[in-house]
Write a protein that binds this ligand. Structure first.
Ligand code: AP5
Ligand code: MG
Length: 195
């Protein structure tokens, strides 16, 4: 694999991770891997693993680190021709980050989209009218927020200056200007990824 950049994208549920990742991919051509999407694909496949993941996601809890990391490694392996991976919704726990960096590659930068709970709830309730996602309902959204608040601080503290914190209660294009400013400082591929 030709030294892809690794970007972690974190933020609460509905903070706009997916929306910004779409824009980033268009501009930089990185490969977008959303752990939530990978898990929903597994659910859709009808596998036993998918069924058990669905139960966890319905409760707004975290799927086990081993399962998430296995799905992520497979997706990385299947997309080996890329100049970078945009890993959306990961890490959700510090242990995930540590395991990834040990077993796959160090990350170059972490984008952290910050948003108040009230705004995230409003966005997700609104999306829930049409999304069909098992977790876009009032009760699960509360649990997703709790899970996020319980786990995000150690990640941010651990990565220190690698974390670029971006206020995400603005227009998507305005937020994206800050994203571009952060990503334009990255070297053009500098890490070796283990398969
Ligand atoms: P995941 O799918 O990652 O869900 P999430 O983190 O809860 O966040 P969302 O995808 O709902 O929101 P988003 O931040 O991407 O925002 P979006 O751009 O869509 O994870 C789902 C579940 O899978 C987890 O709860 C967990 O169970 C499991 N899981 C996933 N990763 C895991 C991991 N690493 N380890 C263990 N378990 C894991 O925007 C939301 C809405 O807001 C949209 O309608 C959008 O149009 C709108 N919007 C976006 N930006 C703006 C803006 N700037 N202004 C106004 N509206 C906006
Ligand atoms: Mg998302």
């Amino acid at each position: 694999m030709a030294n892809p950049v690794i970007i972690f994208v974190i933020g609460g549920p509905g903070s706009g991770k997916g929306t910004q990742c779409e824009k980033i991919c268009k501009k930089y051509g990185f490969t977008h891997l959303s752990t939530g999407d990978l898990l929903r694909e597994e659910v859709a496949s009808g596998s036993d693993l998918g069924q058990s993941c669905n139960e966890v996601m319905k409760k707004g809890k975290l799927v086990s680190n081993e399962q998430v990391l296995a799905l992520l490694k497979k997706a990385i392996h299947n997309n080996s021709r890329t100049n970078g991976f945009l890993i959306d919704g990961f890490p959700r726990q510090l242990d995930q980050a540590i395991a990834f960096e040990k077993e796959v590659s160090p990350c170059n930068i972490i984008l952290f989209f910050r948003c108040s709970d009230d705004v995230m709830i409003k966005r997700l309730m609104n999306r829930g009218l049409t999304s069909g996602r098992v977790d876009d309902n009032e009760e699960t959204i509360k649990h997703r927020l709790d899970t996020f608040h319980d786990n995000s601080v150690p990640i941010v503290e651990h990565f220190g200056e690698k974390v670029v914190s971006i206020w995400a209660e603005r227009e998507p294009n305005v937020i994206f200007n800050d994203v571009v400013r952060a990503l334009d400082t990255l070297p053009k591929g500098s890490k070796e990824v283990k398969k």
